[in-house]
Design a protein around this ligand. Sequence first.
Ligand code: F6P
Length: 321
Amino acid sequence: MKAIAVLTSGGDAPGMNAGIRATVRTALTCGLSVFGVKRGYRGLIEDDLFQMRSTDVSNILQHGGTILHSARSEEFRTAEGRIIAANNLRNRKIDGLVVFGGDGSFRGANDLQREHGIRVVGIPATIDNDIWGSDYTIGFDTAVNTALEAIDKVRDTAAAHDRLFIVEVMGRHAGFIALEVGIGAGAEEILIPETVTQIPEICRKLQSRLDKGRTSSILVVAEGDEEGNAYDIAKKIEAQSGMKSRVTVLGHVQRGGSPTAADRMLATKLGYGAVKALLDDAAPCMVGVEDGSISRHPLADAWTRKKELDKLLVQLSSGLE
Ligand code: F6P
C-alpha cells in the first residue's frame, strides 16, 4: 500500500478533526501518501480530493466540525456511483480508504472493497454512540457534556419558576445520549426508545413529587422515543394530567463545539489504529476502543450487531426517586 484517502461521512461529530489529524500523521510517518476527500462520498464521486501534508492538519484537533466537510450521498448507494468513486481512487493510485462515520457510511465502504478491492477501514464517529464494537464513538462524550451544561442552566430557571421542563436531546434511534445526560443532570424522568415509555406512570410520579414539595422537574427525552418528540410528550402529559410544561430542544448544538479530552484521546487512538489496520488487514474492518485498547471487527458487525445500553445506567435511570 502506497497511498490512502480519508473522508468524513454522515452527521459530523466533535473529535473528527482530531481523528483526521491522527490518520494523516500516522500515514505520513509510515511512508504513505494521504489524500483528503471533501464532503464524504459525494466528493469521492466528484473527484474532489487533495493531497495532504502534515501542516494541513496543524491546529485542528481542538475544533469541532470536520475540515473535510461531510455530506450524505445517494449516488454512492448505487453500483454506478461506486464505480466512478473507485476509478477516481485508482487514477491516483490510492488503494486504502479511511471512513469516519456511522453504520450507513460503513455499508458503502464495505461495498467499495467487495466490488472494487479498495481496502477500507471504518472509524465510528457519531454523537449517537450507537455502533457496536467500540465502547464509545467519537463525539458522544462532547455531546453529552454540551447537553449537560445546557440542562444545568434549564434547571435554574425550572427551579425559579416551579416548572416542568421537557428537554429533547439527539438520538434518532438510540437513547445513549439521553441516558447519560439524564443521569448526569439528575433528570426526574428519562425517556428513551429502548424502554417502554408509560405516560400515565410518568404523570403519576410527577404528581407524587409535587405532593412531596418538589415543585420543579426535568424530563429528558431522546428524539426517537416511541411516544414522540418533546412536544408530543408535553401534549400527552398535559392531556392526561393537566400539567403544563416548557419544551427545550437542544438539537444540533450537541453536534458542535470543541471536543472533550476523552473525545480527543479516542479519535487519536482510532486514527492511528485505522492506518495500522489498513497496513495489516485484508478484510474490511472497523476499529474501536474497548477497555482502553484498540480493537478490530469485521465492518459488517457495525450494522448487523446491536449495541446495548449499560444495564446499570438503565436501572439507575428509573430508580432514583
Ligand atoms: O449525528 C446523529 C444525529 O445527530 C441524530 O441523532 C439526528 O437525528 C441526526 O443526526 C440529525 O442529523 P441531520 O440533521 O444532519 O440529518
